[in-house]
Design a binder for this molecule. Structure first.
Ligand code: UDP
Length: 239
């Protein structure tokens, strides 16, 4: 059973369990997708019913940051741990490399996915990159067709939220892949274009603050975090 945080149902898994679940989905028939909402995305979902449906329609819903884990604890229904999308992706790539599965990288500015592909091939020997495409396309169908032609087993969809969740829900089947994962800005990190917060910051639940210092223009988006906590408190009183 999923744990409800302001309408979004989260799977209650450790990181190891989440990677195992992802690897199982890769073996199953049909098309599946994974989402990794943070408090900002939960707030977007509250305002956008289509985004809410796309997120809750995923086969795996993983809490991307400490904010969701705190929210769930405040509501009296704790989650085991945060399972950041980028770490989930790393675990899954290690499995894919071992199992000979192929990966398509979709998203980010032109050139970034190619750069990420080069670096990932070095980091995960045996990982097959089926293809790449930037995230600033006008028409969806040719992109889905290109992925289908690549015969990728898995697609990392990094278009930002809620675009990536809506895209996976609508176009996932068309790609012919077994598994799609919505991973926000992960390709920028894999390409080395954006630096992830050092371990100290993420271990102390301060990754958001590190990102804010590096990219002050995110302040508008980050104001959704206190709003999220406010809504959780209200929800708790209501329950
Ligand atoms: N992006 C994209 N197409 C778009 C809008 C955004 O490919 O139409 C990419 C953007 O270049 C970035 C990622 O989506 O690589 C979103 O990153 P963001 O930092 O917003 O995601 P987060 O990790 O915070 O969810």
């Amino acid at each position: 059973m999923r744990i409800d945080v302001l309408g979004v149902g989260f799977d209650n898994l450790t990181m190891a369990e989440a990677v195992e679940a992802g690897a199982c989905l890769l073996q199953e028939e049909g098309c599946h997708y994974v989402v990794t909402p943070n408090p900002e995305i939960v707030e977007v979902c509250r305002e956008n019913p289509a985004a809410m449906a796309a997120v809750n329609g995923a086969d795996l819903v993983l809490p991307d940051g400490i904010g969701v884990v705190k929210g769930a604890a405040m509501l009296g229904t704790p989650l085991k741990e945060k399972t950041p999308g980028i770490e989930f992706a790393a675990g899954l790539m290690a499995r894919m490399a071992k199992e000979g599965k192929s990966l398509y990288l979709l998203g980010a500015r032109p050139g970034v996915a190619d750069k990420a592909a080069e670096r990932l091939k070095g980091q995960y020997p045996g990982l097959r990159i089926a293809g790449t495409h930037d995230g600033y396309f006008k028409e969806d169908a040719p992109v889905a067709e290109a992925i289908r032609a690549s015969e990728a087993d898995c697609v990392f969809v990094c278009l930002g939220a809620p675009k990536q969740e809506l895209w996976m829900a609508k176009w996932g089947e068309e790609t012919g892949a077994c598994l799609l994962c919505g991973l926000g800005g992960s390709l920028d990190v894999f390409a080395g274009v954006v630096e992830r917060a050092p371990k100290f910051w993420s271990d102390h639940g301060l990754e958001w603050f590190y990102r804010l210092c590096k990219e002050p223009k995110r302040i508008g988006r980050m104001m959704k975090l206190p709003l999220f906590l406010l809504h959780v408190r209200k929800e708790k009183r209501g329950r």
